[in-house]
Design a protein around this ligand. Structure first.
Ligand code: ADP
Ligand code: ADP
Ligand code: ZN
Length: 217
């Protein structure tokens, strides 16, 4: 199973991707998380992307394409992958196509999470995640079962993203509108694009995604 989850910041990509990796035993390639890991490691890539990410702008295509190229051939992706946050531009989508055809692999589905932009601020302002395992939560919509304790790993150390604020969100949404939405017709043309209602409750979004995937399985 090889799929792409598409949607603006806060649409629920990470939440759904994490669930699907457990379900299908495939890897989750969350480019934002990968970049944040480089920043945390204070390595060369981290120093190149730190300011760009903090500003809400997109990181250069070449860097992102290399990052994905290096990951999709690794053993944990043998059964497939979910791309969460990639591609975000038309050149990235084209590079992905080329990469997959060179490897003789096929993309099964592109799922778009349809959301109302006005409601996304509330999503990202309440977002926090486990500093140990990366599980994502929301103060209102998806709190940990036990306050202060991660459901998945029992960790008690949580982090908030520096770009999850109204000012940076404006820039991120603009980047999505201008640079990412142009890739939708590309996948529509290939007849692999499905849309689900990202404004529904988390469990309902999951059901809609499962319906899409059961049709292609
Ligand atoms: P993305 O990866 O697209 O940026 P996330 O999956 O991190 O989005 O979700 C953003 C925030 O909204 C998180 O705090 C998450 O817990 C919450 N969330 C995700 N899906 C829903 C939903 N369907 N309804 C309400 N809150 C949601
Ligand atoms: P969100 O979950 O809110 O959609 P991500 O965690 O996916 O955000 O991405 C955070 C930031 O990382 C982006 O604002 C951008 O700077 C950078 N980034 C992530 N993926 C890409 C990509 N495919 N192309 C360019 N920049 C990216
Ligand atoms: Zn955890």
């Amino acid at each position: 199973m090889r799929l792409i989850l598409l949607g603006p910041p806060g649409a629920g990509k990470g939440t759904q991707a994490r669930r699907l990796t457990h379900m299908y035993n495939i890897c989750q390639l969350a480019t934002g998380d990968m970049l944040r890991a480089h920043i945390a490691a204070e390595d060369e890539i981290g120093s190149r992307v730190k300011e760009i990410m903090a500003s809400g702008q997109l990181v250069p295509d070449e860097l992102m394409i290399e990052m994905i190229r290096n990951r999709i051939t690794q053993p944990d992706c043998a059964k497939g992958f979910i791309l969460d946050g990639f591609p975000r531009t038309v050149p990235q989508a084209q590079a992905l196509d080329k990469m997959l055809s060179d490897l003789n692999l096929k993309l099964d589905s592109v799922i778009k999470l349809q959301v109302r932009e006005e409601d996304l601020l509330r999503r990202i302002e309440g977002r926090y995640s486990c500093g140990d395992c990366g599980a994502s939560y929301h103060k209102e919509f998806q709190p940990t079962k036990v306050p202060g304790v991660c459901d998945e790993c029992g960790g008690d150390h949580f982090v908030v993203r520096p770009d999850d604020n109204p000012e940076k969100m404006k820039i991120r949404l603009q980047a999505f509108r201008e640079q990412t939405t142009p890739i939708l017709p590309y996948y529509e043309g290939k007849r692999i694009l499905s849309t689900v209602d990202g404004m529904a409750e988390i469990g309902e979004v999951s059901n809609q995604i499962d319906d899409v995937l059961s049709e292609i399985a």
